[in-house]
Design a protein around this ligand. Sequence first.
Ligand SMILES: O=P(O)(O)O[C@H]1O[C@H](CO)[C@@H](O)[C@H]1O
Ligand SMILES: [Mn+2]
Ligand SMILES: [Mn+2]
Length: 409
Amino acid sequence: MTRAFLVVMDSVGCGGAPDADRFFNDGVPDTGANTLLHIAQACAEGRAEEGRSGPLKLPNLDALGLGEAVKLGGGEAAPNLGAMPQGRYGAAEETSPGKDTPSGHWELAGVPVPWDWHYFPKQEPTFPEAITRAVCELAETPATLGNCHASGTEIISRLGAEHMKTGWPICYTSADSVFQIAAHEETFGEQRLQDLCKRLAPMLHEMKVGRVISRPFVGSPEAGFTRTSNRHDYAISPPEPTLCDWVQEAGGKVLAVGKIGDIFSMKGIDEVRTGPDAQLMTHLDYYLSEAPEGSLTFANFVEFDSLYGHRRNVSGYARALEWFDAEIGKILVGLQPGDLMVLTADHGNDPTWHGTDHTRERVPVLVHGAGQGSLGNVAFADVAASIAAHLGIAARGPGRNFLPPRSTA
Ligand SMILES: O=P(O)(O)O[C@H]1O[C@H](CO)[C@@H](O)[C@H]1O
Ligand SMILES: [Mn+2]
Ligand SMILES: [Mn+2]
């Protein structure tokens, strides 16, 4: 069998980005941010004890080389990581001028972002009048709520009751190039919210705003509000054909797990399976047995980022990592000879850092199925070139294959 599995652990960075000083959280540069290192340190010092306890336990990822990748990333060893690696490991650096999910994924798929994204300024009202007017027309409401920078859970607890009373959509953004609309799944309607976001997206894409994101939630003022997993991202299409298109053009199937379909606007993707992360693991397991020869299975596990990184919840992030490690351990034993699995991330989201936004970091690259040893510091786009080489198809763009020829792997 010759198949590839590319698994993105959303936001699981390992520090050390040389350009971290050009990216900010609450006005503070990301220099020194290091998601994995700081979580491991907090665990070792007993500062991450909610729902778990003690040093960070990631035996399966560490056996592939996670501890060594953290050293390559930020230069410092993480407590309780650093086993003798059985896989190939490295730390990858991003060149795109954004620390967001599409930038990270496109570059991992061989295509760095060639343009500057549009970001909304941190002022109120945040959005140009024309955008607010377009939202009102599409939603058939006289006004909107929010119109500010916010964290998504905070803004629904603050404005959820008013939204239920008025029916006006809650519009907000972050340090990323995003326009987000939160609305109640039942009183506003989940389908109506999706239609609104989908119809609004071309206008925002025209301005180089990367994504319009629907953020449905449920609950009541009395019981509180909770977001559901029915979120949808309406993203700009990648600027050039990506690894997904290369595989498809060569006759291989591209099987997406999680929000990969949204991130690539379905370009080069044959099938999509979504759901919460626990369900995504069963989808990944399914593709492990069912993915055909020559295929790419491309998965994104988002909850590290959405449930814990943005919420600056260190215990929760550590718990999610430990859960993922145990599950991926079971997946790894099911890989067949000729299968390649690359585990990596798209950016950082250090839960010990300032603010609530992503952090500019290097990311670990862990490879199962291609021998063992250090890859050193590599580039995001090298992931695509290496997977293309494994599948025996032509790569394009700036990436270079970091794997040895298959006969000696
Ligand atoms: O606070 P929430 O709504 O989770 O927003 C987060 O999710 C967005 C998209 O991933 C990011 O831009 C970040 O701000
Ligand atoms: Mn992400
Ligand atoms: Mn995020």
